[in-house]
Ligand binder design. Structure first.
Ligand SMILES: [Zn+2]
Length: 330
């Protein structure tokens, strides 16, 4: 059986390398044609090549052990692998979503402590108000690759870091930065990441349970040409194609939860008194990122949008632009 696992790991590493090679033309087009055309690209060819190689190395370092351990569990626990695979996936997701960003991000970007005293004080005031375990605050040099901007939180549950990209600082006031941070703190306060991880468990259960019906089915493997050997990972990939309609449905549910969490985080920032700055910040982010101000069909939106549209967010925050305020309502 060990040989089968080695073969499967070899398959996975090869799959990773080939999929990276196949994605190179699209990635090049995205960075140096699309993003360039709209003024977002700030990367160089050298940086893009080094990023591509580093991403592949990180992907191999993560995905090969993940595949190896999953296969060992499937092999070791036999027919009761479903529960153990679910537990393993949950632990893996916790590690990837909490520990990993602090390790991986510094490979790509430089993090400098925030120097602006006013900004530091404003952030400290907010974090104290909500009981956030702030450890450090950094500015990330995202501008060497892209004009896109962001504010986010990383670190362990008991010691967190706030990261603001230099691109976001460039066009935002202190109030707007703090308002965007209040939104992120809303995600933290309402445990959105753990809830997201838990929400994946029923999905894993459905997927692994259905997979257990295929895993030892010889005719399933042989109908795809694997008559002599039936590596589990090949079976999983073949199964995953059959599973894709179920996945499509899960995608709706995941986006529904994501949009709900985004709206809840907006309302959290509003309750803290940042509604005005949050609205102007959202408008600036939308403008700077050249986002479309679209009003699409609800079904399209339900499937493709993990965020409410900017119009939905401003409406939920009761935002009224100064230009639209009539004399009577003033
Ligand atoms: Zn959010």
């Amino acid at each position: 059986m060990g040989g089968v696992i080695t073969q499967s790991i070899f398959f996975y590493a090869t799959y990773d390398v080939i999929s990276t090679i196949l994605s190179i033309p699209l990635s090049y087009y995205f960075t140096f044609v699309l993003e360039e055309k709209h003024g977002f690209n700030r990367s160089t060819l050298g940086l893009w090549i080094s990023d591509t190689i580093t991403n592949l190395a990180i992907s191999l370092v993560l995905s090969v052990p993940f595949a190896a351990l999953s296969l060992q569990i499937t092999d070791y626990f036999g027919d009761s692998f479903v529960v153990y695979c679910m537990i393993f996936c949950m632990v893996w997701m916790c590690v990837v979503m909490t520990v990993l960003p602090s390790i991986v991000s510094p490979i790509f970007n430089k993090f400098t402590p925030i120097q602006d005293e006013k900004l530091k004080l404003a952030i400290e005031d907010l974090t104290k108000k909500v009981g956030f375990p702030l450890d450090k605050m950094y500015i990330e040099d995202q501008s060497k690759r892209t004009g896109h901007s962001n504010v986010y939180i990383t670190g362990m549950p008991w010691s967190k870091r706030i990261i603001i990209t230099d691109t976001f600082i460039d066009y935002s006031t202190i109030d707007e930065i703090v308002a965007a941070l209040a939104h992120e703190l809303g995600h933290w306060k309402m445990n959105h990441v753990p809830k997201r991880i838990i929400s994946y468990q029923p999905q894993f259960f459905v997927m692994f349970t259905l997979f257990s019906a295929f895993i030892h089915n010889r005719s399933f493997y042989s109908s795809f040409g694997f008559a002599d050997i039936q590596p589990t990972i090949i079976g999983f990939y073949l199964f995953y194609d059959i599973y894709s309609p179920v996945n499509l449905f899960m995608h709706f549910l995941n986006n529904l939860l994501s949009r709900h969490q985004e709206s809840a985080a907006d309302l959290y920032a509003k309750d803290l008194g940042y509604v005005e700055s949050l609205c102007t910040s959202l408008i600036k982010i939308s403008n700077e990122n050249l986002s479309t101000f679209d009003d699409v069909d609800w079904l399209f939106s339900a499937y493709y949008r993990s965020y409410p549209t900017i119009a939905e967010r401003l409406t939920a925050l009761n935002y009224i632009s100064e230009g639209n305020v009539s004399e009577e309502s003033k």
